[in-house]
Design a protein. Sequence first.
Length: 253
Amino acid sequence: MELNEIIRPENKVYAKPRLMNSNHMHYCPGCSHGVVHKLVAEVLEEMGQEETAIGITPVGCAVFAYNYIDIDWIEAAHGRAPAIASAVKRLQPDKLVFTYQGDGDLAAIGTAETIHAANRGENIAIIFINNAIYGMTGGQMAPTTLLGQKTATTPYGRRVDLNGYPLSIAPILAGLDGTCYVTRQSVHTPAAVRKAKAAIRKAFENSLAGRGCSLVEVVSTCNSGWKLSPAEANRWMIENMFPKYPLGDLKNV
Ligand SMILES: Cc1ncc(C[n+]2csc(CCOP(=O)(O)OP(=O)(O)O)c2C)c(N)n1
Ligand code: SF4
């Protein structure tokens, strides 16, 4: 069979989303960020929202998300993405507005902005990459770091007496009247990727329809911060993170 017959449009089963450009990603091999970026691009394309989406990028490894997905972006100061998203959505209510944040960004320095934006019922979608560590800065403890987990700042493992308990954000947001959809997903298997994509779509639809605030937490790997290979990181996440951060919908009204 000739090559041009194999690549005929009707034979194509998968293609890179058009919104993703060809810039080289800076993410480490095996990192969840790249997969979630692809899902964001695919969902926006499938919804036909290429021109109406506005993303708010964080401080953290995803700080350069605007380099990879060709939509409108605004760069936020560390932790402030939900506040900026609130303003953008209020000023342009017909837009699909979302933030993309890590756990250091969202659950440490940005705790107040996150909780208050959700509690106000801002019509925004929050994508929360929870990899239980500060990836960008070299693997320090985050609020979501597990008990016993070794990081650059907890070299003997996180201890309750010194560091307190891991912070579980999704149940807090699910308990607020302003949220309409709170879910925990992951991207470690093809089935999980499909579910995460459906969750991102639902959150984006909620933002467009003005139904309130949505949170899609993606329990993620940071193989560099965890000092594990990509395959080991997936196993570690399944064995250690899923018991503390179980996957599934927490709220869907
Ligand atoms: C005001 C301010 N404080 C601290 C920092 C340093 N800093 C950069 S990224 C980061 C944490 C990133 O971790 P996370 O949000 O979990 O994202 P990840 O890199 O793991 O994706 C910190 C503390 C900063 N850039 N600005
Ligand atoms: S340091 Fe961690 S979060 Fe950052 S790109 Fe590497 S694996 Fe991903």
